[in-house]
Ligand binder design. Structure first.
Ligand SMILES: C[S@@+](CC[C@H](N)C(=O)[O-])C[C@H]1O[C@@H](n2cnc3c(N)ncnc32)[C@H](O)[C@@H]1O
Length: 200
């Protein structure tokens, strides 16, 4: 299967994943006070709804997307967000921030990657999240078991798949089915919270 040309998809506005707002599961995590302050990272942030949702005076929020068109969409929508919010254009697989993060939010990024890229995704996540920091994966589309002939993107995902990739570096804290989702994603989202092993 040919790799996705993300910039082209954004230019042509062929963005079927884009729901126009953050998922309810992120809103809920915030309302429950479970997103830490400090440095926050959102890979594959698209139009940047989650950057705006996470923006707060005690957070530095950094989004990354390979598409400059996606960043332009973000810039048109959000002019004045609280705290420090930066949208960087670049490739996750080449990303080397100055410091690791307290909280990383992955929604519809992992499932967009070619399966052959997942092990590298896992290695990079171990580098990006601080010891004791949190990796939150809102797993969509959640399928268990994953059929042998699965196709994507979005590639079907589940907890065991991610656990198998990151178990060395992360402890699974909990997995919950999202009570509320974007329309059409009901029953297909699980929020898995992982704590980075090791000492600060
Ligand atoms: C399925 S979209 C999800 C966007 C956003 N998370 C959302 O839920 O609306 C995947 C996003 O990842 C970006 N992307 C794909 N591969 C990337 C890479 N290697 N590095 C950074 N961004 C990437 C794409 O441009 C796209 O915006």
């Amino acid at each position: 299967m040919a790799p996705v040309d993300w910039e082209d998809a954004w230019k042509k506005r062929v963005t079927p994943w884009d729901e126009g707002q953050s998922p309810p599961a992120l809103q809920r995590l915030l309302a429950e006070g479970r997103v830490p302050s400090g440095r926050i990272f959102v890979p594959g942030c698209g139009a940047g709804y989650d950057l705006a949702t996470l923006a707060d005076s005690d957070r530095e929020v950094i989004g990354l997307d390979v598409s400059s068109e996606a960043r332009a969409t973000f810039a048109e929508s959000y002019k004045d967000l609280p705290g420090r919010v930066t949208y960087e254009v670049g490739d996750f697989f080449e990303y080397h921030p100055t410091h690791p993060f307290d909280f990383v939010w992955d929604y519809t990024f992992f499932c967009a990657l070619d399966p052959g890229e997942r092990e590298v995704w896992a290695r990079i996540m171990s580098r990006l999240v601080k010891p004791n920091g949190l990796l939150a994966t809102l797993l969509f589309p959640y399928v268990d078991p994953i059929p042998a002939d699965a196709s994507g993107p979005p590639w079907p995902v589940n907890t065991d798949l991610v656990r198998g990739l990151i178990a060395d570096g992360f402890e699974l804290l909990e997995v919950t089915e999202a009570e509320q989702t974007h329309p059409g994603r009901e029953g297909k989202e699980r929020l898995a919270l992982w704590r980075r092993k090791g000492r600060d």
